[in-house]
Design a binder for this molecule. Structure first.
Ligand SMILES: Nc1ncnc2c1ncn2[C@@H]1O[C@H](COP(=O)(O)OP(=O)(O)O)[C@@H](O)[C@H]1O
Ligand SMILES: [Mg+2]
Length: 501
């Protein structure tokens, strides 16, 4: 009998179906891997088991008996502990307090500080030698690095001593030695008969620690297998889906201009900086070069370093054949670069100021203007704003009079008034609606056709495949695969993204 059995669990948030049919059977004494691309419903499934999300339908059986995990307290009472992907730590509390938070040792009405320290020390000791500098039982969590916080969240989950443990991407910020130590601990827990769910995007980790694997696709469980009976390629095939696996994207065909004819717009060689190394590529004028791979593999950092917003440690850059040394965004703008980010774009709105002031700051900077007459400025701004189908009543209206999507278009338009030579797109559609996305990509394609060199990082695989002439897959801060022409399939993209770096 399965230790934990989840069947037909579903959850919708308004129109978004986070999970349509989640099934999972977890045995005692195993590490059960849960895998699926971003947004496939993994975290939602975990949160349902941990009682922090209430399912719309479905059944959870523990030791064969139906249970209702009505909340985190109920989960604790049932013997279910969880590592939250987004972490659940109290920033201003100490490491030891956080570790013991789900189950504080009490003496009468008071927390027993001594028992608390002793208990925490046992879990901290498990990671002796790999916690790194600055890590201490009495340090507050807000001074710790990302990997150290992840270790505290692991210790906190372990301290529940729960028979069922769920780890939702516990290793994403850990280094090799930390992962090795964590896996030693998991093996011991396995031998003790604990049942564990483990989520990771790394095939090498999955095949090193997993006993079984369940694959989620678009909110439903599409397969389960023993690790010993499957292969990384088969797992990727399940994640992608048979029909999508080998299809090269149709939409990209119309933008393909990579006949090698256009002059090189931007070339970089052996670029290294925070979180990336050995990155070399050239993007031609008229070409859209895609950056793919799992989130946070260096794509964004490379773009920001090229724009002078992050320091470069090594490498050479040429812009339209001439040497270019990125050292500040201001210099980058004047050299003909533009940088559009979905996240940062929203922060870029100058609240309370008119639309005209919001659309022209880059124009001022690039042309070293201090004053300009509104009439000619409006004439300059109009084509870019219209190309994005921005809906607004007039340039003198406050930016706040626009919808969020239209505000975002104004922020994007500010980069396009002076026609940069190179356009760097850093996950540009994050947080914008579908029609705004379509308008943006229609414009990006047009700009490419007119000879702009464009680099596009997108965390949405469909968007990346549909709009890139060529794709560089980033993995562990390096470019590990180049996909061009008919090789630009979802299968190839996933395989390169998920394989060991
Ligand atoms: N609280 C929420 N509100 C709205 N949508 C959500 C919420 N949580 C998750 N979603 C959506 O549900 C889908 C599945 O999310 P998630 O379970 O986090 O996937 P995964 O962990 O596999 O990346 C995504 O499209 C996500 O945007
Ligand atoms: Mg998740």
């Amino acid at each position: 009998m399965a230790k934990l059995k989840i069947s037909g669990v579903s959850k919708a948030y308004g129109a978004t179906v986070a999970l349509s049919r989640g099934d999972l059977e977890l045995e005692a004494g195993e590490v059960h891997v849960l895998i699926g691309s971003n947004g496939s419903g993994k975290s939602t499934l975990c949160k349902i088991v941990a009682g922090s999300v209430k399912p719309d339908a479905g059944e959870v059986l523990l030791d064969g008996k139906p249970v209702t995990v009505s909340g985190p307290q109920a989960a604790k009472a049932l013997g279910i502990g969880i590592f939250y992907q987004e972490l659940s730590l109290a920033a201003r509390r100490t490491v030891e307090e956080n570790i013991c938070l789900p189950d504080l040792p009490m003496r009468g009405p008071f927390v027993d500080r001594r028992a608390l320290s002793e208990k925490a020390a046992r879990y901290i000791a498990l990671f002796d030698g790999v916690t790194g500098g600055g890590f201490a039982a009495d340090a507050t969590v807000d001074v710790l690095r990302a990997d150290q916080r992840q270790l505290v969240e692991i210790m906190k989950a372990l301290a529940t001593e729960a028979p069922v443990l769920i780890f939702d991407e516990p290793t994403s910020a850990l280094d090799r030695a930390q992962v090795d130590r964590f896996f030693e601990i998991l093996r011991r827990l396995k031998a003790e008969g604990r049942a564990m769910v483990f989520i990771s995007h790394r095939m090498d980790e999955i095949f090193a620690i997993g006993d079984s694997v369940t694959v989620l696709r678009d909110g439903r469980t599409v397969g389960t297998s023993r690790i010993a009976d499957t292969t990384p390629a088969e797992v990727v095939r399940l994640m992608v889906g048979e029909e999508q696996a080998q299809a090269a994207p149709a939409a990209a065909a119309e933008t393909v201009k990579t006949d090698g004819a256009g002059p090189v717009g931007l070339a970089v060689s052996a670029l290294a900086g925070p979180g990336f190394a050995g990155v070399s590529f050239a993007v031609r004028q008229g070409e859209i070069l895609g950056f793919g791979g799992l989130h946070g593999q260096g794509q964004s950092s490379v773009l920001r370093a090229l724009f002078g917003a992050l320091p470069l440690a090594a490498g050479a850059v040429t812009l339209k054949g001439g040497a270019y040394r990125p050292h500040s965004p201001r210099a980058a703008i004047r050299a003909g670069l533009a940088y559009v980010s979905g996240d940062r774009g929203r922060d870029g709105v100058i609240q309370g100021r008119p639309i005209l002031e919001n659309v022209t700051p880059i124009h001022f900077l690039r042309n070293r203007l201090t004053l300009a007459r509104p009439g000619p400025l409006r004439d300059k701004a109009t084509p870019a704003v219209e190309a994005l189908h921005t809906r607004f009543a007039g340039f003198s209206h406050p930016i706040g009079s626009l919808s969020g999507g239209n505000q975002q278009k104004i922020v994007i338009a500010r980069w396009l008034i002076d026609r940069p030579d190179v356009l760097l797109l850093d996950d540009p559609t994050k947080g914008i609606d579908l029609s705004a996305k379509a308008d943006l990509f229609a414009l990006v394609r047009k700009l490419a056709a007119e000879g702009m060199a464009i680099v596009l990082y997108s965390s949405e695989d469909a968007e990346l495949l549909a709009n890139s002439d060529r794709i560089l897959v980033f993995n562990g801060g390096r470019v590990t695969r180049e996909l061009a022409g008919a090789d630009r399939t979802r299968f190839n993209l996933y395989e390169a993204a998920y394989e060991a770096a």
